[in-house]
Design a protein around this ligand. Structure first.
Ligand code: UGA
Length: 443
């Protein structure tokens, strides 16, 4: 058992704290947001993440997991402190480090004994060294510390499983002993370990996210070519995926990637390259294709409705950036809804988890109770998030409720032939083989 303090109760901090506690450690979780901590103390989760509530409850009951707004309390017995605060994009795409800076300063001013400070937030290459400088400068009296970079690779919606069964653990530090001490914390997970210098560890995180985003933009570009040339992107991806050098993951064409990580991290990496005098050609293309993919959906709907969205009623299924989360940050669905509204359409929307978060970001949609409510009287239906509950809809009921049976499936959840047989005018993404044919602008 080790004593661990986790700073931040977001999508990374809270699963990290709960999982470390579940591995038998004593974990004190600190957040400066009083409302969040008050909620957590009552057993309410500030975010939706499958399995998290049960895990938190179990570990609180077992006396291994605690919540507080006080750094003093958090650091009192801590041997390790994990910084898991947000690093949003600043206006120019650079990562904004104000929360990391504030956490580092407060740790420095509060610590009373030697401490290993582990950074989990995704930060520009060089931030580890900068954090060490801030801590040295902010300590009232010098106390030993080491900074270790330990990038997090968990995904929202499967955070607990990803934490417990990671593909690898990456640790970077100038202090090998400190990195090895952190490795001990991860030892029960039995994942391959990479111990390296701090800048390389920081770069591994950006390069991994940028590579995954590139895979998605790659298959999205292929999907557009498939549509034009009469091939089916799903079969193309399947055929490619059996090649072990390619792999079958992250080859689902759709509305493009969203969320709090890929868009921000690809932009930040491109920005790091730019500010060091390089031209990030591939990263720029990845971002451009991703933007185009969102526009493409709106163009398809407009095209199928005869060229105008004015006064049309469009139904939207899915607002979250992906399934199993309430997170709408950089959600492709919100970009699509915004564009539909801007072009004069009325939008009726439903999401199993993200209606509240979405309505905070975007006004003007009519929020519905179910997919069947959405379908009532609409001119077209658009699927934007691949929630399981959208995969087995009562299609006859949906079609009967719609004014015109136009369906644009932005996540390729349905089989084009079956949808046509069910009476829909259907288009997916990149499924030219099924006669979806031309792009809206001809070709
Ligand atoms: C991503 C990475 O997968 C994690 O490894 C990483 O830790 C995390 O970012 C982070 O940096 O914190 P996440 O953003 O939670 O995780 O979600 P993903 O499952 O990676 O999906 C990202 C986006 O890509 C979603 O919008 C998803 O719908 C989209 N996507 C994913 C596709 O369009 N096609 C695919 O084949 C896969």
């Amino acid at each position: 058992m080790k004593n661990i303090c986790v700073i931040g109760t977001g999508y990374v901090g809270l699963p990290t704290a709960a999982c470390f506690a579940d591995l038998g450690n004593r974990v004190v979780t600190v957040d400066i947001d009083e409302a969040k901590i008050a909620k957590l103390k009552q057993g309410q989760m500030p975010i939706y993440e499958p399995g998290l509530e049960e895990l938190v409850e179990r570990n609180v009951k077992a006396g291994r997991l605690f919540f507080t707004t006080s750094y003093e309390e958090g650091l009192q017995d801590a041997e390790f402190v994990f910084i898991c605060v947000g690093t949003p994009s600043a206006v120019d795409g650079e990562a904004d480090l104000k929360y990391v800076r504030a956490a580092a300063q407060t740790i420095a001013q509060t610590m009373t004994k030697p401490l290993i400070i582990v950074n989990k937030s995704t930060v520009p290459v060089g931030t580890g060294d900068w954090t060490a400088e801030i801590i040295s400068k902010s300590q009232p009296t010098p106390i030993d510390f080491a900074v270790v970079s330990c990038p997090e690779f968990l995904r929202e919606g499967s955070a607990i499983a990803d934490f417990m069964q990671p593909d690898r653990t990456v640790l970077g530090s100038v202090n090998r002993q400190a990195a090895e001490a952190v490795a001990e914390l991860y030892a029960p997970l039995k994942a391959p370990l990479v111990i390296t210098d701090i800048r390389t560890a920081e770069m591994i995180k950006y390069a991994s996210n940028a590579f995954l985003a590139t895979k998605i933009s790659f298959i999205n570009e292929i999907s557009i070519i498939c549509e034009r040339l009469g091939a089916d992107v799903i079969e193309v991806a399947r055929g490619m995926g059996f090649d072990k050098r390619i792999g079958d993951k992250f080859l689902q064409a759709g509305v493009g990637y969203g969320g709090s990580c890929f868009p921000k991290d690809v932009k930040a990496l491109a920005n790091m390259a730019l500010t060091h005098g390089m031209h990030p050609q591939l990263l720029n293309a990845v971002m451009e294709i991703n933007d185009f993919q969102r526009k493409q959906i709106v163009l398809k709907v407009r095209d199928m409705l005869g060229g105008s969205l004015e006064d049309k009623v469009i139904g939207v299924l899915g607002l979250a950036f992906k399934e199993n989360t309430d997170d709408v940050r950089e959600s492709p669905a919100l970009t699509v809804v915004r564009s539909l509204l801007n072009q004069g359409a009325q939008v009726k929307a439903y999401d199993p988890m993200a209606m509240e978060t979405a309505s905070r970001e975007l006004k003007g949609m009519i929020l519905c109770e179910s997919p069947y409510d959405v379908a009532e009287g609409i001119d077209a239906l658009v699927i934007l998030t691949p929630w399981n509950e959208f995969k087995q809809l009562n299609l006859a009921r949906i079609r009967a409720a719609m004014r015109t049976p136009i369906l644009v499936d932005g996540r390729n959840l349905y089989d084009p032939e079956a949808m046509r047989a069910a009476g829909f005018v259907y288009r997916g993404v990149g499924r030219g083989f099924h006669g979806e044919g031309k792009l809206p602008n001809g070709g």
